[in-house]
Design a protein around this ligand. Structure first.
Ligand SMILES: C[S@@+](CC[C@H](N)C(=O)[O-])C[C@H]1O[C@@H](n2cnc3c(N)ncnc32)[C@H](O)[C@@H]1O
Length: 241
């Protein structure tokens, strides 16, 4: 694992190039018709064929689009059927911005399956003092507090703690619908979209999973229309005030 300083240097120099590359891809190369499925942050081992894999790491990772996920995503608005990311968004400084970007790019009815270190499980295991639940990556720690910090922040690689209620709050504010915790984790409401992704997911504890996985949908055009129609009487009332 590259240390934080080396990564900061990489992003300092490669960041502007990735921004230009992402801009060019979005405006001149990104698919605008037909089914489009996008995998964010595959690394090397988890590259998924048939998906457009996006990553910043072009050295040890394998990707189709070289882009920095801290920026606007390299896809046109309303063109993507499905996004998938697994152990990626905890690396991003602004999760709300990221969720907004995914929402912008999704087609109406499109779905985001997103997973990362499970803050809810870690908190429960910390309270239970269950040392055995926590692993030794990236560092070996003896105490429950040390193990908890190691899991959550991963040598300062992770910038946040992921919990279901946080996702629920951010996603519902943005307009996602059907926000659902996948329990057991290897479950999906959209098997046709995500069957390739499930094959890549690794989990050893199905009671208190290490990975929090959530699926949420951008409302389809029809329900957006219904919402707009339902909102109309209220809006009219407000305008009377
Ligand atoms: C911990 S790995 C996860 C790899 C794989 N998805 C998995 O589940 O094993 C995080 C991946 O996200 C990518 N990543 C992290 N921050 C990124 C950013 N700002 N822009 C693009 N890719 C990023 C890394 O390069 C790496 O491939």
């Amino acid at each position: 694992m590259l240390n934080r300083k080396a990564k900061d240097i990489f992003y300092k120099f490669a960041g502007p190039l990735m921004m230009v590359n992402g801009y060019i891809y979005r405006n001149f190369r990104a698919q605008t018709e037909g089914q489009l499925k996008v995998h964010l942050g595959p690394g090397r081992a988890n590259y998924i064929s048939g998906w457009v894999n996006v990553d910043a790491n072009m050295f040890t990772g394998k990707c189709d689009v070289w882009a920095d996920l801290r920026n606007s995503l390299p896809f046109r608005s309303g063109t993507v059927d499905a996004f998938y990311s697994h152990h990626v968004i905890e690396h991003l400084p602004d999760i709300r911005f990221h969720l907004n970007e995914v929402f912008r790019c999704l087609k109406p009815g499109g779905v985001y399956r997103v997973g990362g270190p499970n803050g809810d499980s870690a908190i429960a295991k910390f309270i239970e003092n269950d040392l055995s639940w926590f692993g030794d990556f990236p560092d070996k720690r003896e105490s429950i507090g040390g193990k908890f910090e190691n899991f959550i922040f991963c040598r300062c690689e992770h910038l946040t703690i992921l919990t279901f209620t946080m996702f629920e709050e951010f996603m519902s504010d943005i307009g996602y619908k059907d926000i659902r915790l996948c329990k057991p984790v290897k479950e999906t409401n959209y098997p046709k979209l995500f069957s390739d992704c499930l094959l890549k997911e690794y989990e050893s504890d199905f009671e208190k999973p290490h990975t929090l996985i959530i699926e949420a949908k951008k409302p389809d055009a029809e329900s957006t229309l219904h919402c707009a129609e339902a909102a109309l009487p209220g809006q009219l009332d407000q305008s009377k005030d």
